[in-house]
Design a protein around this ligand. Structure first.
Ligand code: SF4
Ligand code: SF4
Length: 278
């Protein structure tokens, strides 16, 4: 049967917070039994937006990771709740029953993604429901997805086998796969949030010019070629989606008529190696 999945493109999220505000608009002062009690006006972020800055001046970037409940197939919150207060619907959505979960503060800490919030006034744990009450009425997407102005979020109602085909063909990833919870939220270009880049620039010292078209080769510690790139018209290059490895990367720069330069790079964080003069 078809189940719901959310795909979020990290490269398209600009941190406008429309999704967060749409969620507030839907849930503040509104009860949707049996799926949710009203969200408090302050404190909760049922869809949060995390931020990661990478690089060093002048080559930096910032990425945003919208973070709702992952609606995991192997959800820790379901295992932690007593009396079946947290359950999974046939369509994949994980619901915290606002009546059965009353007083169960331990459910908040059961989620390693940190997406369950405690409602002090109502004495209940709360989180994103994928707007299950709207989907039941025939809506095709939750409020956050509809409110996103950049199309960063896509809501898919497909069979699991089809979803796995999409995951493979679009190179989607889940956040923190090591948790083993089998999330139904997938990310596109997650490397912008979880991996590192090496950037720099190449210039010709004798003529005081940018070296456009210089060949830059990234090698691993044992000399194997990982990837090559040509510098742009500013002499800039950039290798992205790299894993952090101390002392494990080497850069070689070649330009016709000039002696080759080689650098060893410790990559514990995204790094700009500055201008390499030939
Ligand atoms: S992300 Fe957390 S709250 Fe959501 S289903 Fe998974 S374990 Fe439960
Ligand atoms: S509405 Fe879209 S672009 Fe804006 S913060 Fe949310 S996911 Fe990002």
């Amino acid at each position: 049967m078809n189940k719901w999945n959310l795909v979020i493109d990290i490269a398209k999220c600009h941190d406008c917070n429309n999704c967060f505000l749409a969620c507030k608009d839907e849930y503040c002062e509104n009860d949707f039994p049996p799926y949710s009690a009203a969200q408090p006006r302050h404190g909760h972020r049922w869809i949060d937006i995390l931020r990661k800055e990478r690089g060093q001046h002048p080559r930096v970037d910032v990425s945003y990771l919208p973070l709702p409940c992952m609606h995991c197939d192997e959800a820790d919150c379901i295992k932690a709740a007593e009396g079946e207060a947290v359950y999974k619907r046939d369509d994949g959505i994980v619901i915290i029953d606002p009546l059965k979960a009353k007083g169960q503060k331990g459910v908040v800490d059961s989620c390693p993604y940190g997406v369950i919030w405690w409602n002090e006034e109502l004495d209940v744990p709360q989180k994103c429901t994928f707007c299950a009450h709207l989907l039941d009425e025939g809506w095709q997407a939750p409020r956050c997805v509809q409110a996103c102005p950049t199309g960063a979020m896509e809501f898919l109602h497909v069979e699991d086998a089809e979803m796995q085909r999409i995951v493979h063909s679009e190179e989607l990833e889940v956040w923190h796969p090591e948790y083993g919870l089998e999330p139904r939220v997938y990310y596109k270009k997650l490397y912008r949030y979880t991996r590192w880049f090496i950037s720099g620039s190449v210039a010709l010292k004798d003529v005081d010019e940018c070296a456009e078209g210089a060949k830059v080769t990234l090698k691993n510690g044992s000399g194997g070629v990982l990837i090559t790139a040509l510098t742009n018209n500013y002499g800039d290059f950039r290798f992205d989606a790299l894993e952090a490895k101390s002392g494990q990367y080497r850069l070689e720069v070649d330009y016709p008529g000039y002696q080759q330069r080689e650098l060893r790079v410790d990559l514990e964080n995204s790094i700009d190696v500055g201008t390499i003069f030939l």
